[in-house]
Design a protein around this ligand. Sequence first.
Ligand code: SF4
Length: 248
Amino acid sequence: MNVQIEKTLSSLRSRCIKGIYAENSEEANQGILSLIPIRSTVGLGDSTTLNQMGTIQTLKEKGIRVLDPFEAKRSRADSEEAQQERRRIVREATICDVFLAGTNAITQDGKIVNVDGAGNRVAGMFWGHPLSIIVVGRNKIVKDLDEAFHRIRKTIAPNHFRIRAVEMEGRKRKTPCVATGECNDCRALERGCNIFTIIEHKPYHSDICVIIVNQDLGLGWDPSWPADRIDQIKENYKKFVWIPPPVP
Ligand code: SF4
């Protein structure tokens, strides 16, 4: 286990958050399965990391009831019926037995940092579930909060919106980042960076478990990294990211 991961896990434990190490996705999925109590319903926050790991399929194959608002295929995702169904599942997933999500960043001193547009993904991490499981690849570990916010605002969020809209031909948000690939802290109606959260310690009514996987997963990198590593992260992300339907 590398020093960064070891330090982050130790910091999480000092904050009464369970920290687990997984060498790869398969080990992480086994860890997730071992944490989910029998006959639990699992709600999902949108996570490319979980898609890449094949976690949802693994849970379903084990007979676990999964509330997945992002299941609809692109071909029918924009139908009124699909949108209503997605909203219903999001509400149901907000309060259930277990919440499962990724995170945008995690600091080496154990803070879990996120940005969200609607808020259901971040809220589910700390409210409405006796257990919240957060899975994160090694590439999302950052030094501290300054680095976390700088990376999320300047690199991850604008790339996320631009890649989905331009390269993946998804919803064309009317935000500057879609046009330029850069964030200007916009005030656009369709702004996606609406809610920033930091989890600093176990909340009163939920246990949190973070699984750190020794793989690059989801969208997270430092611009100083080698170009081929960043390109690989982007390519893997494009294969598994959920593409939102157009605004009706
Ligand atoms: S604040 Fe606006 S411009 Fe910046 S990344 Fe978010 S949506 Fe894009």
